[in-house]
Design a protein around this ligand. Sequence first.
Ligand SMILES: [Zn+2]
Length: 143
Amino acid sequence: MSEAYLLAEPLYRIMLEQCREKAPVEACGLLGGPGPDKGARIFPLENLDNCAESYRMSPQDILSTMRQLDEENMELNAIYHSHPATQAYPSGVDTAKAYMDVVYLILSLRDKEPVLRGFRIHEGEIREVTVTITTGDGEVNVN
Ligand SMILES: [Zn+2]
């Protein structure tokens, strides 16, 4: 069974812009939607690590994002971050720190064309999720 995650194109643009702006430091944020497999809201957040090889979001930012999604009957369903100089695959630290039941999206800026891939990570086991960027109805919510 292969899983899928759909990301609205305007949200992907925002993510890409944020990641390019922050490079060579990693950028990060959250995505939410009406179910577990569709990104309809994006919340670019601050990387507290301010580091080229790791990211960390503040618990307050995560909580307020979840509250906002809750008010719209949506759920937090993905965590994204950039890899400014490496491939779009979870690092050892990414894998070790993944504790939420969400899709982990990684946007690599290593090559000329950006590469976005998604994964579910459970107890150190990595499973790839097919990520599709959709055009059309995605709403944008930038804090
Ligand atoms: Zn990473």
